[in-house]
Ligand binder design. Structure first.
Ligand code: C2E
Ligand code: CA
Ligand code: CA
Length: 712
């Protein structure tokens, strides 16, 4: 940017310089009589005026030169005017061109002889082309300064020739030399016009600004050199006026060169100052005057003394969006400003920044963990003090995350503080939460598992089913099989269902997962129905309240069951008490009951359902949670409670399954209490389909003397 400005200033300087020189030349009475490139608009004073205008237009200003686009338009305007005048002159013999160029004797003579059209038309067409180029070419493709440079070169050359010719003294030997010089000048100006690339490459100097100045100076040197020859050859006695004219011309050249260079440097300086101001502006937050995010990043990228004694606090105003809506933007801004002030007051020795929106950051050096936590608590406390906004009090709370360099073990303090803040928010806000690496790792693993679960659901071998028999205490036959899901992670090994089902529920995968698992179970049941001649225990499927509430589990399951030629009465939905407190889940259960499914209350006794509610629920059995059994083995009260629960269920005509029976003692207890069936390691751990098949033969009692212990 800076370089471009310099180059542009240089080009504009040259353009103006040449224009002024040509005009001065005319003014002083020199007449360019011979032009090697006749189509170049070098010899007309109007062209020279346009050139000055062009130079002015290309002159960069700190306000991004919005006016420069007007200048080529002016050039076109003048050109059109000139052309019209020429046509008028030619057709009507008005001699206007001769009249508006009073200094130009040749043109005057031409006009008098009725031939002005040649020069003037050339000028008009060239200017028209130039102006149109500016209009038509996309901005940036051709810069005014470049065009001006090109024309400047051409005009400089013709002006020089005119100048020398005007002197009339070097006619004989300057001809070929002038031609050569002119050609060199045109080439160099063209090169400069090709955005400095050509000459820069030749000179191994890539800075176009320097190139433009060099050109400017070399033009000056040429003029000075010729001027010197002229000054030497012309004695004061010969033609004193001519000597003064030459000196004046040289002085003018120098003034323009120096002014142009100074101006370029000045713009450079202004630009640098503007850049510095931009950086300064970016470093402070416009609203609160605190450090900005950029500046904070800079502070963080600088080396700190002892990184184990640094801490970062991320502060977020709770529900700021609603506060902003309620207050209006102006008061919302005031709230942020006051927040900034409070934070600065509470942490005067640390760096306070606003990192965006309603989020603030405090970066502390030389602080121990306890002090950082204390500071975080102080922030929460100061934010809880009502704000005075628009004449009334307004209360907000804040969530603060704290990460300490020494103890958090976090790779990036900022991310760690952000994460802790997010947790503070998740937990309801108005609190400070420290970053704990172990919790972070657990969360990261959870995120990873979520991704892996997605993948696992797409393949056939990771998610499998095992079946745990529920044994009748009456005849030791298998009354039902509880279907339990297993996930064998390729790297982490077996992941317990309690874990991955929770992940599935959090990530929205649960509907798909549940459906897939149930489809697998129904398929397996259909296979057994064939191999076991239709004699199948009831298949118990675990269904979460969320699934029941959110999807048509009974409908989907029934469709799958019927597809395989099975009956819904051979399937039991195990649901926890939560399913009965959710209205929609309860509706789903009633629908399931209507469709002929059995329904077992799972983990009965650990939930919150009231006993009074029990008779109204669409149940076909209850599964007593293992915790009853544990208490029953501990004391008589526990034993009585278990017995009462069983009796109560029987009153409601619900058979009771005792869950988690592991020992003979426990088996005795549940038998004595009247439980109908038992599920537990005493009989069998969950088994794979293949492991289970030998025990599936109809009406065969379960071999208690040889409990089957298979790793689940
Ligand atoms: P749950 O429904 O209470 O399932 C019984 C759990 O108790 C199973 O654990 C089973 O292995 C375990 N268990 C069986 N006998 C004994 C015993 O004698 N002692 C002890 N200590 N535990 C025993 P698992 O397979 O880890 O399942 C845990 C929970 O995961 C299940 O609890 C169930 O709520 C859920 N779950 C498992 N599979 C699925 C499924 O496919 N869908 C849904 N929605 N939930 C499932
Ligand atoms: Ca269950
Ligand atoms: Ca259970």
């Amino acid at each position: 940017m800076r370089v471009e400005i310099r180059s542009q200033a240089g080009g504009a300087g040259i353009s103006m310089l040449i224009g002024i020189l040509v005009l001065a030349g005319y003014g002083l009475g020199f007449e360019p009589l011979w032009c090697p490139v006749p189509s170049l608009p070098g010899t007309h004073p109007v062209t020279a005026i346009c050139l000055v205008l062009l130079g002015l237009g290309a002159w960069p200003t700190t306000s991004q030169a919005a006016t420069w686009r007007v200048i080529p338009q002016m050039a076109v305007g003048i050109a059109v005017l000139l052309a019209v005048l020429c046509v008028c002159d030619h057709l009507l013999d008005t001699h206007v061109i001769g009249w508006i160029t009073p200094f130009h004797a040749t043109l005057r003579a031409q006009a008098a002889s009725g031939r002005p059209i040649h020069f003037a038309m050339n000028s008009a067409l060239a200017l028209l082309g130039l102006g149109l180029a500016q209009f038509l070419l996309p901005h940036g493709r051709i810069r005014t300064s470049q065009v001006a440079l090109f024309f400047s070169g051409a005009i400089l050359m013709t002006a020089l020739i005119g100048f020398l010719d005007g002197l009339g003294r070097f006619h004989d030997f300057m001809g070929p030399l002038t031609l050569l010089g002119s050609a060199a000048l045109i080439v160099s100006v063209l090169a400069a016009a090709s955005s400095g690339g050509f000459l820069a490459a030749v000179l191994k100097d890539s800075e176009p600004g320097r190139l433009a100045r060099m050109l400017l100076l070399s033009c000056t040197v040429i003029i000075l050199g010729i001027g010197a020859i002229v000054a030497r050859s012309v004695s004061a006695e010969d033609d004193p006026i001519l000597t003064y004219q030459t000196v004046a011309l040289l002085a003018l050249t120098w003034v323009i060169v120096v002014a142009s260079t100074i101006r370029a440097d000045m713009i450079d300086l202004l630009r640098r100052q503007a850049d510095a101001k931009l950086i300064q502006d970016a470093s402070t937050d416009a609203l609160t005057g605190l450090l900005s995010r950029n500046q904070l990043d800079k502070v963080l990228s600088e080396p700190h003394g002892d990184s184990t004694r640094t801490a970062m606090l991320t502060i977020d105003v709770d529900r700021f969006r609603s506060a902003n809506n309620a207050l209006g933007t102006a008061l919302g801004d005031a709230l942020l400003i006051q927040t900034g002030k409070r934070l600065s007051a509470v942490a005067p020795h640390y760096k306070v920044a606003r990192s965006g929106g309603d989020e603030f950051v405090i970066f502390c050096e030389s602080i121990d963990r306890a002090a950082a936590l204390q500071l975080a608590e102080a922030v929460v406390a100061t934010m809880a003090v009502p704000f005075e906004l628009g004449g009334r009090q307004f209360r907000v709370t804040s969530s603060v995350g704290v990460a300490h360099g020494g103890t958090s073990g976090a790779a990036d303090l900022r991310d760690a503080a952000d994460e802790a803040m997010f947790i503070a928010k998740q937990q309801g806000g108005n609190q400070a939460v420290p970053f704990v690496k172990a919790l972070h790792d657990a969360r990261m693993e959870r995120v990873r598992l979520e991704q892996d679960l997605h993948r696992a659901m797409g393949c056939d071998d990771e998610l499998t089913l095992v079946y745990q028999p529920i044994i009748s205490l009456r005849d030791r036959g298998i009354v039902s099989l509880e279907v339990l899901a297993r996930w064998m992670h390729p790297v982490l090994g077996a992941i317990p269902p309690s874990r991955f089902i929770a992940i599935a529920e959090d990530s929205g995968l649960f509907l798909e997962l549940g459906r897939k698992l149930r489809e697998m179970a129904v398929r397996q049941a259909a296979t057994w129905a064939v191999t076991q001649n239709g004699c199948l225990p009831v298949i118990n499927l675990n269904v979460s309240p969320l699934e029941l509430a959110r999807s048509d589990v009974p409908g989907q399951l029934m469709a799958a069951i019927e597809r395989h030629g099975l009956r819904t009465s051979g399937f039991c939905l195990e649901v926890t008490e939560g399913s009965f407190s959710d209205e929609r889940a309860l509706e789903g259960l009633q629908d399931a009951r209507r469709r002929g499914f059995l329904i077992a209350m799972d983990d009965f006794g650990v939930g919150y359902s009231s006993l009074a509610q029990l008779p109204r629920l669409p149940l076909s059995s209850v599964k007593l949670d293992r915790s009853f059994l544990t208490r029953a083995t501990e004391n008589d009260d526990g034993l009585s409670l278990l017995a009462t629960m069983v009796q109560l269920s029987h009153v409601l005509k619900l058979p009771v399954v005792a869950e988690g029976v592991e020992t003979l003692k426990e088996l005795d207890i549940v038998s004595a209490c009247g439980c109908d069936s038992v599920q537990g390691f005493i009989f069998s751990r969950p088994l794979t389909a293949a492991q289970l098949e030998p025990f599936l033969l109809a009406n065969r009692p379960w071999p208690t003397e040889q409990p089957v212990f298979v790793a689940s």
